[in-house]
Write a protein that binds this ligand. Structure first.
Ligand code: SF4
Ligand code: SF4
Length: 364
C-alpha cells in the first residue's frame, strides 16, 4: 500500500475508533488516541509503536472486516509501525532493508559472514585452521585484538544507527524535549518495558486466535529479552575481566561470564524457538503477512546465535572448537549488522513511545 494511502487508512481507522472507544481498556493505544482529535503521520507513528499486536481489539470490533468500515487496528498499526522504521532509519538509503529483510537474507548474510571469517582465518594461518594449544583458547583461533576491532566496529555502527533512528522518531513524536527530563515518566515506562506489562493489558493471557488465550507469548518474550540482556552482560563482564584485570578466556564453567552466557543462551534458545512456533500457530489476520520475513529473520538469527554459542561452550575442549567458533562469530556478526534494520528496532521505538505515553498520562 502506498505511504499516503496507508496514512489515510490509519486516520480513518483511528477516527472511527475515537468515536467508538469500546476498546479503551485494552492497551495504551486507545487512551493515547483519545487525547487527539486529528491524526498526523507522527501521531500514527506514535500510536503504532505503542501497539504490541495483542489482537484484542480485532476480536472485539463490530466494524472489523467484512464490515464496510474495514477496521483492523492490529494490522493497520503493524503496517504503519514498519513504515515508521523506514522513515526514521539511518542511513536513509538502507530503509529498503526493512522490506528485504527475511529468512533468506538473514541466513544469506550469516553464511556470507561465516565464509568471510573462514577465508580470513585460513589466509592468515597458511591454509589451515589454527589448533589451539589449551582447551577453549578462542584467541588462538581469532586473536583478541581482531575480535575487538571487528565486533567493536560493527557494534558501534549498530548503536549509532539505532541511536540516530530513535532520535528522529522521538523528535517527530515529541519535539525537542529530552526523554530524561521527566524522571517519573521514565521510571514508569521502564518498569512497563521490563515487566512487559501491556502484553496482557486486558488482565488475561494473550490472544492467539478468537477465544484462544495462552500465557506463552508474554513468557517467550521475557525469555528472549532477558536472554539477550544476559548474553550482553556476559560479554561485558568478560571484557572487564580481560581489559581491567588481565584475566584471559577461557573462563571456568562456574565463572560469572560463563554462567551469564549459559543462562542467556538458554533463554534465547527457548524464547526464539517458542516465538517462531507460536507465530506459526497465531491467527494470520492479527498481523501483516508482508512482515513475516522481517520477524522471522531476527528470531531465527537469535536462535542460531544462541544455539551455536551453547554448542561452542559444550564442545570448547574438542578439536571442532575452531570451526564452531568461526560459525558462531559469523552468525553474531550477521545479527549485529541487521539489528538496526530488523525487528530489534521494535523494542527501542516501543520504549520511546511508552516514555511519551507515561509523560502524557502523568501530565493530564
Ligand atoms: S477497534 Fe472497533 S470496537 Fe474497538 S474502538 Fe475501534 S471501532 Fe471500536
Ligand atoms: S492490538 Fe492490542 S495493543 Fe494493539 S491496539 Fe489493539 S488492543 Fe492495543
Amino acid at each position: 500500500m502506498p505511504a499516503d494511502e496507508l496514512i489515510r487508512h490509519g486516520q480513518h481507522v483511528m477516527t472511527v475508533c475515537n468515536a467508538c472507544r469500546y476498546c479503551e481498556q485494552y492497551c495504551p493505544v486507545f487512551p493515547a488516541m483519545e487525547r487527539r482529535l486529528t491524526f498526523a503521520t507522527a501521531d500514527l507513528a506514535y500510536l503504532a509503536n505503542l501497539c504490541h499486536n495483542c489482537g484484542e481489539c480485532l476480536y472485539a470490533c463490530q466494524y472489523a472486516p467484512p464490515h464496510e468500515f474495514g477496521i483492523d487496528v492490529p494490522r493497520t498499526l503493524a503496517k504503519i509501525r514498519v513504515r515508521s522504521y523506514e522513515d526514521y532509519c539511518w542511513p536513509r538509503f538502507l530503509a529498503a532493508a526493512f522490506r528485504r529483510n527475511n529468512l533468506l537474507t538473514g541466513f544469506g548474510l550469516a553464511a556470507g559472514m561465516i565464509a568471510l571469517m573462514f577465508a580470513a582465518t585460513l589466509v592468515v594461518n597458511g591454509g589451515n585452521l589454527p589448533r589451539p594449544v589449551g582447551a577453549g583458547d578462542f584467541y588462538a583461533v581469532v586473536p583478541h585484538d581482531v575480535m575487538i576491532a571487528l565486533f567493536g566496529g560493527v557494534f558501534l555502527f549498530a548503536i549509532a544507527a539505532l541511536w540516530i533512528g530513535t532520535r528522529r522518531f522521538w523528535r517527530d513524536i515529541e519535539g525537542a524535549a529530552a526523554p530524561a527530563r521527566d524522571v517519573n515518566a521514565l521510571v514508569r515506562a521502564l518498569r512497563d518495558v521490563l515487566a512487559l506489562r501491556h502484553l496482557h493489558g486486558s488482565g488475561e493471557d494473550c490472544t492467539s486466535a478468537e477465544e484462544t488465550r495462552t500465557p506463552w507469548r508474554r513468557w517467550l518474550h521475557h525469555c528472549t529479552f532477558y536472554g539477550f540482556l544476559s548474553c550482553f552482560a556476559s560479554t561485558s563482564v568478560a571484557a572487564v575481566y580481560h581489559m581491567v584485570f588481565g584475566w584471559q578466556a577461557p573462563y571456568a564453567y562456574t565463572s560469572l561470564p560463563v554462567i551469564l552466557g549459559t543462562a542467556g543462551g538458554a533463554g534465547l534458545l527457548v524464547g526464539s524457538a517458542g516465538l517462531l512456533t507460536a507465530r506459526r500457530r497465531r491467527d494470520p489476520s492479527l498481523g501483516d503477512p508482508a512482515q513475516d520475513g522481517l520477524d522471522q529473520s531476527f528470531i531465527a538469527l537469535l536462535f542460531l546465535a544462541a544455539f551455536t554459542g551453547l554448542l561452542l561452550l559444550v564442545l570448547r575442549e574438542r578439536a571442532v572448537m575452531s570451526a564452531l567458533l568461526i560459525v558462531h562469530l559469523g552468525v553474531v556478526l550477521a545479527l549485529f549488522l541487521t539489528l538496526p534494520y530488523g525487528k530489534f528496532v521494535h523494542g527501542i521505538y516501543r520504549t520511546a513511545a511508552l516514555v511519551k505515553y507515561a509523560r502524557e498520562s502523568l501530565t493530564v
